[in-house]
Design a protein. Structure first.
Length: 386
């Protein structure tokens, strides 16, 4: 049966023990509810969980965090490559190329054993925030800032961007954001990483596949598009005039930050960033972006999730994780060009977990079929007759 136009939506292509996305609005990492992890874990806890199958003990977390911290620095070779990037290069193109360069000089390059892949994954997760920060600093005409090993991953990332200690609320927000974006089953970029390493290509090739896939606006661009929408609306009193035309009639126009291909209920991740957006606004004595986003959410809910529409089988439309991520990033002064690279830093954790799973014995190359719908029995014509 042809699934042309469906994008394989709803097609189960394999088993996984890593994360579970339920249409009813639930998300689990290795069986742990995302709400518990967002409320209590650090990003390092979650990376360890995704890669090793369970939460770390105190000593395991200390060792793992130290390994990550000690692998943050970039070789001068990679920094020199980044310095040569064109001034107008996009952040994701720069990230893709820089991480490929990191892979070329990895000490375990050429070794695909589980032990080597774990060491590579630690270097990837440790270095990708350093790469993102270096690219951003150089794009501003500033020198990269060396990472610190005495800070957690989220706090160190913010330090490398600004060269000074970040507000604790900023650190909490970024750490929370990284947890919420760390994995989401077989999304497009994760599937791309698994397809790549299923050929027994090295784990950096899989990472680059993931970054390239995430760079597409249909996948990684939701927070960026949401912020562009908020900036266009500008003020709270313009929400209705902007939103209402998009939700009128049967043919509705998608609204950035709303809807999800899997969830048929509110995205469980959205509530955490909704609260962080409010707190950031209060910290700056200006809750404008939180208010505008909340007003859009309320209006979308009133118009799209009515009992009549839901009873008629229409899909509900709810805020997704990126809806309030946009205002969180903007409140912290992060430029919009960083929104997708932030996603990549976080999702590296999930990509690596899925690649580890794909490398396990018994996994086969991913080679689906297509239903041919083109012309048949075409007759050869000599070039003089074409």
């Amino acid at each position: 049966m042809s699934t042309q136009g469906d994008g394989l939506r709803g097609i189960v292509v394999g088993d996984t023990e890593i994360s579970e996305v339920l249409a009813e609005g639930e998300l689990f990492y290795r069986g742990y509810n995302i709400h518990d992890l967002a409320d209590h874990a650090t990003f390092e806890d979650v990376v360890y969980l995704l890669w090793n199958g369970d939460l770390p003990t105190k000593s395991q977390l200390s060792t793992f965090s130290t390994e990550l911290a000690e692998n943050r620095a970039l070789p001068e070779t990679v920094l020199n490559i980044i310095r040569e990037f064109p001034a107008n290069v996009s952040s994701m193109d720069a990230l893709r190329t820089a991480m490929s360069a990191v892979g070329m000089i990895d000490p375990d390059q050429g070794d695909n054993s589980p032990e080597a892949n774990m060491r590579k994954a630690i270097r990837m997760q440790a270095k990708i925030p350093t790469v993102v920060a270096a690219i951003e600093r150089l794009s501003q005409g500033l020198e990269p800032i060396s990472p610190r090993i005495d800070l957690g991953l989220a706090e160190n990332f913010l330090f490398m961007l600004a060269g000074k200690a970040a507000d604790p609320l900023y650190v909490k927000t970024i750490d929370n954001d990284f947890i919420l974006h760390a994995d989401h089953e077989l999304n497009a970029s994760t599937f791309a990483t698994r397809v790549t390493v299923a050929t027994q290509a090295d784990i950096y090739s899989g990472l680059v596949s993931g970054i390239g896939t995430l760079s597409g606006p249909r996948h990684g661009g939701a927070a960026l598009e949401t912020m562009e929408m908020l900036l266009e609306i500008g003020t709270l009193d313009r929400v209705s005039e902007w939103v209402l035309p998009k939700l009128s009639g049967e043919k509705r126009t998608p609204i950035p930050g709303f809807g999800h291909p899997v969830y048929r209920a509110p995205d469980p991740r959205a509530s955490h960033l909704r609260e962080q957006s409010r707190l950031l606004g209060e910290l700056h004595n200006d809750t404008k972006w939180w208010q505008i986003t909340s007003a859009i959410e309320k209006l979308v809910d009133e118009l799209s999730n009515t009992p009549e529409r839901l009873a008629a089988g229409k899909q509900g439309i709810y805020a997704n994780v990126d809806c309030f991520a946009a205002s969180c990033y903007y409140e912290m002064g992060l430029p919009t060009r960083l929104f997708v690279p932030l996603f990549a830093i976080s999702r590296t954790a999930g990509w690596c977990a899925h690649m580890f799973e794909q490398y396990k014995p018994g996994q086969r190359i991913i080679r689906p079929r297509a239903e041919y719908v083109g012309r048949r029995n075409a007759k050869w014509l000599d070039i003089s007759q074409r």
